[in-house]
Ligand binder design. Structure first.
Ligand SMILES: Cc1cc2nc3c(=O)[nH]c(=O)nc-3n(C[C@H](O)[C@H](O)[C@H](O)COP(=O)(O)OP(=O)(O)OC[C@H]3O[C@@H](n4cnc5c(N)ncnc54)[C@H](O)[C@@H]3O)c2cc1C
Length: 372
């Protein structure tokens, strides 16, 4: 191998690795991304692409702030990516409705209303049905956020890789990283078989596999795979304008007329497959939200593996005691939502040493804790 020494080497071309590569290369860094499969192969392309911090019910604090900050980056990022790559990532602030079908659910949802989030509204039944006339009419009302929405994750990964590649980032696919190159307390790059790739800094962004990779660093992160399955339907005409986030189950109306029905949340290890039982369960929960769905055309079903840390929040930034290594993983249910801000924060840290915004998400919070 002719040796190149990029400023930054990124392991994993999911939405997180690609977003970091894009943010870095726009600031002039030399970046190489190593991916054992193809971009977004397992999880990022499987995502439903919702950008819905409110519907996720994230508690007030650093995680909600991070999610809101990332959501705000989307309009500009989508425009930038269209100019840089020619790919439309189908970002849409289509709004999100969280319907309540009982008094208890309605009361619980109303507690999320806050002066800190003035755009969030409670819609009484008639107003919710005016907005989405085909929703199950037995709902009592719905929480509505007008500016949350969705993006097409497969297009997002495509746009990020193309834009970054045009600006000089090198992407190598079919390359599995199987070790770190260490010189004492410093990580100088990674190993793939008998090859070594050297870089000023190395970032582990390997999604659900980041735990295994971090063991090489001697900092075993507890990152677990959490399987999620989605079903896609075709409905003519598209029955919804808004993302509908039920409890359980959600519906995401895509621009091309497909309707995504998601998603399971299963602790089944690295077994990534869609099952008949999950398909049935998802279709039943979808029908409870939108009774007219019985006549929809069944298109497809698939699954992916969300990377979950013990507190289900991302793990971002330097690895204590090991210079030259950073991690960006554990984005669990919100990796697509959090991709823009993760790219910005990691680029600021790697190029300028800005570490303070990463503090709440640092590796330190797990060090010395027992594995679950
Ligand atoms: C069904 C489903 C629905 C979802 N819906 C949403 C949603 O609506 N909104 C949202 O924000 N998020 C959603 N998510 C979560 C989101 O998809 C994830 O948080 C996000 O994709 C994680 O991105 P990642 O880049 O960390 O991981 P990945 O996409 O898994 O990328 C990691 C990459 O690393 C590569 N890799 C691993 N090991 C190695 C190695 N040794 N060498 C080289 N490469 C390696 C893998 O091949 C992979 O391509 C959903 C997830 C699922 C499964």
């Amino acid at each position: 191998m002719t040796e190149k020494r990029p400023d930054v080497l990124i392991v994993g071309a999911g939405v997180i690795g690609c977003s970091i590569a894009h943010a870095l290369v726009r600031r002039g860094a030399a970046v190489t991304v190593l991916e054992r499969d193809y971009p977004g192969a397992v999880t990022s392309r499987a995502s439903a692409g919702m950008l819905v911090p409110t519907a996720e019910g994230l508690p007030a604090g650093p995680m909600l702030n991070l999610a809101v900050q990332s959501l705000r980056l989307y309009p500009t990022l989508a425009e930038t990516l269209r100019e840089e790559s020619g790919v439309d990532v189908e970002y849409s602030a289509c709004g999100v409705l969280v319907p309540a079908f009982g008094d208890q659910a309605a009361q619980a949802l109303k507690t999320r209303l806050s002066p800190d989030n003035p755009a969030l509204q409670w819609l009484p039944r008639a107003v919710a049905l005016e907005r989405e006339p085909l929703l199950n009419p037995t709902l009592l009302g719905a929480l509505f956020h007008p500016s949350e929405g969705q993006v097409n994750p497969a297009k997002l990964v495509e746009a990020l890789t193309q834009a970054a590649a045009r600006m000089g980032a090198a992407f190598h696919y079919g390359v599995a990283v199987d070790g770190l190159v260490r010189h004492g307390g410093r990580v100088a790059g990674v190993r793939t078989g008998s090859s070594e790739w050297h870089a000023g800094a190395t970032v582990l962004a390997a999604g659900a596999w980041s735990g295994a990779l971090s063991r090489w660093a001697g900092v075993p992160l507890d990152i677990q795979p959490v399987r999620g399955q989605v079903v896609s339907l075709r409905c003519v005409p598209q029955p919804l304008r808004t993302v509908v986030f039920g409890q359980p189950g959600y519906l995401v109306p895509r621009r091309d007329g497909t309707l995504l029905v998601g998603a399971t949340q299963e602790w089944t290890g690295f077994e990534n497959r869609a099952t008949a039982g999950n398909t049935r369960m998802l279709l039943e929960s979808a029908k409870r939200l939108l009774p007219a769905l019985d006549s929809a055309t069944f298109l497809d079903t698939w699954s992916g593996l969300r990377p979950a840390s013990p507190d289900e929040q991302p793990v971002l930034g330097p690895v204590p005691g090991l210079d030259g290594l950073a991690v960006a993983t554990g984005h669990f249910r919100n990796g697509v939502l959090l991709a823009p801000v993760t790219g910005e924060l990691l680029a600021a840290y790697l190029l300028r040493g800005t570490a303070a915004p990463l503090k709440p998400f640092g590796v330190e919070r797990f060090l010395g804790k027992k594995k679950r």
